[in-house]
Design a protein around this ligand. Structure first.
Ligand SMILES: Nc1ncnc2c1ncn2[C@@H]1O[C@H](COP(=O)(O)OP(=O)(O)OP(=O)(O)O)[C@@H](O)[C@H]1O
Ligand SMILES: [Mg+2]
Length: 456
């Protein structure tokens, strides 16, 4: 049998305690009580509750003090604060300090039931997401790869399928979609994982320098070559070499690279003796290589050599349901650098994040969260902490930015899907809440999601 959720109620007023205990026990929860914040913390040494409901005004450690302690030490426990009716400022402050919700006195019984149910569901969902992540990680060691959308799950599957082969892999995806991270995951899951992983950026250096970077050079092979230097391909021997921004390679380097892939041999600049290297090549490009081949900017034979297995990484706007997970991941990653730590984000700010289209993809989201954490005076990220472009995303989507002829207007079906995913993303994939907001039955929402290809 599943264990009953444990709710801890904290209030110095015994009448309220008794009354709340009765209501929540009837709902099937196991209820504990404490007369103040300090007693609540003592209680938690023996039993960690699934939810804390606390009054704000109490002698000793009050509700806000308790909330701060909990955010510090028990990040996963949702807290519902009980505020006096009409004190809007306290309410806002409590949410900003990381409370999940608040209830105003005098209570409405249905509000209490709903708030408690929602908070517990939220916690369960957060736990499930965490479990999904761990599962993915344990199975394939996808360290640092976050996301449960169909788009990214199919990337995980491709990684799992091709990691231990020695095939050349082409990663295609917009800037900031995680190409390098995925290349590293391929390497980490391959038989070469104990060998080196070397990344070369095809767009970063002038042609001659890049050639000597890639292939190395012999002493005296050109002015300035005062000593022999090993190339990156040679350094990647028995490991993996990521050729990033492959589309930027000059035609001459493209043909040299083709030879390396065909013959598995390299020759240092200034040398006539070829050397055998055992390197797995992963190429990455944000430009579509197939169209560059068509326009003659990229060698067709090299394209076919690289294109043995292609993994297409979807842009973030096509997997909006990953935004809340990624945001929480980045908050966990950067939130602790502040004192007091930043532990969450208010729903309004999350809604803005899920609405924005992220042209810079995950890197842009990561920077936005990192910046918001640095800027916020609170323990949670608020809308005003986000970049201007993100804050105005909603306004933008309703104003015409291009001429009516060039703008992509979107079909009704596209808009519907977009809106549903945004609402879900902004409410932690809570189907019940989302169906309430969307004004449709939960079954209808499930049907639509299945139609979009989500397993539910
Ligand atoms: N699925 C993911 N989960 C968590 N973090 C991610 C994920 N994908 C990307 N990131 C993070 O986003 C940032 C950008 O990723 P990465 O550098 O791999 O992208 P890229 O596609 O190589 O970008 P560019 O084309 O600009 O080189 C990195 O900090 C990376 O850790
Ligand atoms: Mg990159």
């Amino acid at each position: 049998m599943e264990e009953r959720p444990h709710v801890l109620i904290v209030d110095d007023d015994t009448d309220t305690l008794t009354w709340l205990r009765e209501i929540l026990s009837k709902e099937g929860y196991e209820v504990g009580t404490a007369p103040d914040g300090k007693a609540a913390l003592d209680h938690m040494r023996n039993r960690t509750p699934d939810l804390v409901m606390s009054d704000i005004h109490m002698p000793g450690l009050d509700g806000m003090g308790l909330l701060a302690e909990l955010r510090n030490c028990y990040r996963d426990i949702p807290v519902i604060l009980i505020t006096a009716y009409g004190s809007l400022k306290t309410t806002v402050d409590s949410l900003r300090s990381g409370a999940f919700d608040y209830l105003s006195k005098p209570f409405i019984v249905d509000d209490i039931r709903l708030a408690v149910r929602r908070a517990l569901e939220h916690k369960q969902l957060a736990r499930r997401n965490q479990a999904l992540r761990e599962q993915g990680r344990n199975r394939y060691h996808f360290d640092h790869l976050v996301g449960v959308s169909p788009g990214i799950v199919s990337v995980y599957k491709s990684i799992a399928r091709v990691a231990h082969t020695d095939s050349t892999v082409l990663l295609q995806g917009e800037s900031g979609t995680g190409k390098e991270l995925i290349a590293r995951a391929l390497h980490a899951n391959s038989t070469r994982s104990t060998g080196p992983f070397v990344a070369v950026d095809g767009g970063s250096l002038a042609e001659t320098l890049l050639e000597s970077e890639l292939f190395g050079h012999e002493r005296g092979s050109f002015t300035g070559a005062i000593a022999m230097k090993k190339g990156l391909l040679e350094k990647a021997h028995l490991g993996t070499c990521l050729l990033d921004e492959i589309a930027d390679l000059s035609p001459a380097l493209q043909s040299k690279l083709l030879r390396v892939i065909q013959e598995r041999e390299i020759r240092r600049v200034g040398s006539t003796t070829p050397m055998t290297v055992d390197v797995r090549i992963i190429a990455a490009s944000k430009k579509d290589l197939a169209s560059l081949v068509k326009s003659g900017a990229f060698r067709e034979d090299l394209f076919y050599r690289l294109n043995v297995i292609t993994i297409n990484i979807p842009p973030l706007r096509e997997r909006a349901e990953d935004i809340s997970l990624l945001t929480q991941y980045f908050i966990q990653m950067y939130g602790g650098t502040k004192s007091p730590p930043v532990t969450g984000i208010v729903p309004e700010a999350m809604a803005l994040l899920t609405r924005y289209t992220w042209p810079g993809n995950i890197r842009e989201l990561e920077h936005a969260v990192e910046r918001a954490i640095a800027l916020t005076p609170h323990m949670v990220i608020c809308p005003e902490d986000l970049p201007q472009a993100v804050q105005t995303a909603i306004v933008q989507s309703f104003t015409v930015q291009a001429t009516p002829q060039t703008r992509h207007w979107g079909t009704l079906a596209e808009l519907e899907k977009d809106h549903i995913l945004h609402v879900l993303g902004a409410h932690n994939q809570d189907l019940e809440r989302a169906s309430e907001i969307l004004g449709i039955h939960r079954k209808t929402l499930r049907r639509k999601l299945r139609h979009f290809g989500f397993p539910c």
